[in-house]
Design a protein around this ligand. Structure first.
Ligand code: ADP
Length: 166
């Protein structure tokens, strides 16, 4: 069985991520989308919430599994029997860091290759950071994130802003 992993922060999942999930899941028997937990980085959503939002948006893809991990990606891939890491490339600015990570991951786990998918032109400007910035100012998020999670992101941002104001 050909298993691939699509790792990221997904804080929250955007239509750019979903586009990569749709296209890459068609290339493998199974795609594991993994929320990589970085303890030094606090996001808007805790990892369990990001997993729940991803699950809700990927129900229609039967070969997609959502998971989270605080392991090194190379170790996680080995444990899950995955030989491919999928990455989306938006612009040249993504390239340098992504290639560096791909080389390091292969050094740590020689069975692991990284495959890059070019972002769909509609989403090259889109990142979770931009989505959060727009949510902070109450902009309409429907064009940037899946419809099923728009209310959750708006609610979470309001709660975060209220906590700050206290
Ligand atoms: P971000 O916070 O920048 O959205 P993530 O860590 O959640 O980043 O992204 C995980 C993976 O998804 C990375 O490989 C990243 O390059 C890719 N990705 C993020 N946004 C897009 C997009 N709009 N189009 C294609 N790939 C993307």
């Amino acid at each position: 069985m050909k298993i691939a992993i699509y790792p990221g922060s997904f804080d929250p999942v955007t239509l750019g991520h979903l586009n990569i999930i749709k296209r890459s899941s068609a290339c493998f028997d199974k795609l594991i989308v993994c929320v990589m937990v970085n303890s030094s980085k606090h996001g808007l959503f805790v990892p369990e919430e990001r997993v729940e939002l991803l699950r809700r948006c990927t129900k229609r893809f039967p070969n997609v599994e959502i998971d989270s991990s605080n392991e090194l990606l190379a170790a996680y891939a080995k444990r899950r029997g995955a030989k491919v890491v999928v990455k989306g490339l938006r612009a040249v600015s993504d390239y340098e860091q992504e290639v560096q990570m791909a080389v390091i991951n292969r050094k740590l786990n020689p069975d692991l290759d990284t495959m890059f998918l070019a972002s769909s032109e509609k989403y090259t400007y889109l990142s979770s950071t931009i989505v959060k910035e727009m949510a902070r100012y109450g902009a309409d998020l429907a064009e940037f994130i899946p419809r099923e999670i728009v209310d959750d992101v708006n609610r979470k941002m309001r709660e975060a802003q209220e906590r700050k104001a206290d």
